[in-house]
Ligand binder design. Structure first.
Ligand code: FES
Ligand code: FES
Length: 191
């Protein structure tokens, strides 16, 4: 029997690193990562098709690689750093992408949104200043059945601008002696 034998229903424990936390989860060898995450309470990872078509289930592997978690077995994810939408941000601490989807009405039912956010996050890691066409191409594996894509593109572009501005402010702060690059404020000892 192999690790991916679909007739093997023996439960085993996988150790997953998700959003910086270690999770031990009982899974069958055939359990898909999407279901292991959801069974662990991370319901932000949605399953829309189970056939690698919709992109609702995208998570990040090792920070910047988008992966459809319905195409991976949970056992294959061991040893990787997994980021789900819960690790992106939350109420009171929204990631610029989450804020931008809110501002630009980039969602209606929201079912596709976690996958859109995670895919867009990966794109902006590699291409912080994309054209609209590049956004559309990178998100072409993510389907939305209700919003339409124009507002999603606008949202990604808003987030890209915010993230570029933040990166520039951090870089400038790092060039000013006595400035804390993490906050952009004057550093120095206790007054
Ligand atoms: Fe994974 Fe649709 S559920 S691509
Ligand atoms: Fe409904 Fe995209 S917002 S599927």
């Amino acid at each position: 029997m192999t690790a991916t034998d679909t007739t093997d229903t023996t439960l085993r424990t996988v150790t997953l690193n998700v959003n910086g936390q270690t999770i031990h989860q009982q899974v069958e060898p055939r359990t898909l990562l999407a279901y292991a995450l959801r069974d662990a309470g991370l319901k932000g990872t949605h399953v829309g098709c189970d056939t690698s078509s919709c992109g609702c289930c995208v998570v990040l592997l090792d920070g910047d690689t988008p992966a459809k978690s319905c195409t991976m077995f949970a056992v294959q994810a061991e040893g990787h750093q997994i980021t789900t939408v819960e690790g992106l941000g939350g109420p009171g601490n929204l990631h610029p992408l989450q804020q931008a989807f809110w501002d630009q009405h980039g969602l209606q039912c929201g079912y596709c949104t976690p996958g859109m956010l995670m895919t867009a996050k990966a794109m902006l890691e590699h291409n912080p200043d994309p054209t609209d066409q590049e956004v559309r191409e990178f998100l072409s594996g993510n389907l939305c059945r209700c919003t339409g894509y124009n507002n999603i593109v606008k949202a990604v572009q808003q987030a890209a601008r915010v993230m570029r501005d933040e990166a520039q402010a951090q870089a400038l702060a790092g060039m000013v002696p006595g400035t804390d690059p993490s906050t952009g404020t004057a550093g120095g000892g206790a007054q």
